[in-house]
Design a protein around this ligand. Sequence first.
Ligand code: ZN
Length: 181
Amino acid sequence: MDPLTTVLRAAERASHWHQAQRRKGAAREPYVNHLLEVARLAAEATAGKDPELVVAALLHDAIEDQEISAAAIAQEFGEGVAALVQEVTDDKSLPKQERKRLQIEHAPEKSPRAALLKLADKTSNLQALAVSPPADWNGARRREYVAWARAVVAGLRVENPWLSARFAEVADAAERAAGRD
Ligand code: ZN
């Protein structure tokens, strides 16, 4: 199948799989907004030359949030996409704090493309935190999240100055928006 059709097929799949899911922010955006933003960042960072990475970006939370199997992703989109999605999927059987710690610990082991995908994901998450933070998060919690995201990103082996600059911008914006209370 041609790359454009495959990318759109993945976007359509993701919109169905995540249909009932909302982002955590006060605006309760449809979750697919996040998936499209991560995919667009991955596409722009690679100048549209890596459709498989864009497909993986669209599907990157399908295993973790919707319990779609890696086998189902592999069957429809190929082993390469499934492997990338698995590389950015947390083990949900572990407690949240442990998962967050492991993200920092395992960041340096990610393959370059999975690392780029993670950087796009963190960029999207901090952008959301800057403009539509969860209603029940105070400034301290928001600053703590930014610090954790920075720690994960610091370990990633990404050679992409454009995306790294986007991340730095949104991290600063999220920190400013969190204030100093
Ligand atoms: Zn995500």
